[in-house]
Write a protein that binds this ligand. Structure first.
Ligand code: CKP
Ligand code: MG
Length: 315
């Protein structure tokens, strides 16, 4: 059995070997990424058993995604293949500063066809936790319903649920994004927005107001990611603030949120996260994970194993 189940599209990722405008980038390296599989890899490296589920084409890139994730120790046995629709791909563009640009080729991908009737009770059987993000609901006609159904079914089977809104403006309109993301918050136990996402969802307010308002919607734990300022978490016991770990060499910010989620969940899964000491350690672990992954190119390649994490946290 597994600790964590995560559902969401993974794609083949092409990263230019040079910085600068994409039309002039002649050489690319190939990897795999997707917010949910980034979290799965992060947790797997820390020793957790994780199952990743999505739909892939019956194409060579689908094979590649599966072998990359399996190679990281993630259980891919429930991933489904679809002969009608392809595996998606995406490209990064490195500017040499700030967040890389991202270009998706994922319309009508196999994962965009994910619908509620694909969900099987055995996906969640024996598992403890489900992690989903706000990317999946933006992908296709039935994917929002599918995410909702997955959250409901997981909870019925006794799993806790975490939800990262991961707002992607390229994938849907602001109105639809706001309405759909807000509708999913009541179905989670742990909500993990960035400060800008909180503002997008609720309008301007203080960090404390965001924490309180989201908690009133349902989740017992709300964690606001503050980037260079660290993070602030809100729980029954109150608010806990932790500073960021300084980034010595900022290379690629994509995947930082997922690393953060993996770090937070790795401690949350220990239980007792209502104790302030545990909650604070979860936030610190999340911060260190987020900072470590930005120091390397790729969404997840820089994620630590347990001993590396302990060293990074003590140093
Ligand atoms: O919010 P993050 O930077 O942690 O998420 C990055 C991932 O799945 C990345 O792998 C990308 O492909 C995506 O989010 C996405 O669909 O945007
Ligand atoms: Mg994110």
């Amino acid at each position: 059995s597994v600790d964590v189940v995560t559902i969401g599209e993974s794609m083949v990722l092409f990263q230019p070997m040079s910085e600068g405008p994409l039309p002039y980038a002649p050489l690319f390296t190939r990897s795999v990424a997707g917010a949910e599989s980034n979290v799965a890899i992060g947790l797997s490296r820390l020793g957790r058993k994780v199952r990743w589920i999505s739909r892939l084409g019956t194409d060579p890139f689908g094979d590649m995604v599966l072998s990359a994730l399996a190679g990281e120790g993630v259980d891919v046995s429930y991933a489904e293949r679809d002969s009608q629709y392809p595996t998606a791909i995406f490209f990064k563009e490195f500017k040499g500063y700030g967040d890389p640009n991202v270009f998706y080729y994922r319309k009508a991908s196999a994962a965009s066809r994910f619908s509620p009737n694909h969900i099987k009770p055995e996906w969640f059987r024996g598992a403890r936790h489900l992690h989903v993000t706000g990317i999946t609901p933006a992908l296709g006609p039935d994917t929002a319903d599918a995410v909702k159904e997955a959250m409901v079914q997981a909870r019925k089977q006794g799993l806790t649920v975490s939800f990262d809104p991961n707002l992607r403006r390229k994938l849907w309109s602001e109105e639809e994004a706001r309405r759909t993301l807000l509708s999913l918050i009541p179905l989670c136990d742990v909500f993990l927005p960035g400060l800008e996402e909180a503002e997008f969802l609720l309008g301007p307010a203080t960090e404390e107001q965001y924490g309180q308002t989201f908690r009133e919607m349902g989740p017992g734990i709300v964690v606001l990611k503050l980037g260079e300022r660290g993070a602030v978490g809100f729980a029954e016991s109150g608010a806990v603030r932790v500073a960021a770990r300084p980034v010595t060499r900022l290379v690629d910010t994509v995947g930082a949120g997922d690393a953060f989620a993996a770090g937070f969940l790795s401690v949350y899964l220990e239980g007792n996260s209502d104790r302030e000491e545990v909650f604070e350690r979860a936030l610190q672990t999340a911060n260190v994970m987020g900072s470590l992954t930005t120091q390397f190119k790729g969404d997840w390649e820089g994620l630590p194993r347990r001993d590396e994490l302990l060293r990074a946290m003590s140093g």
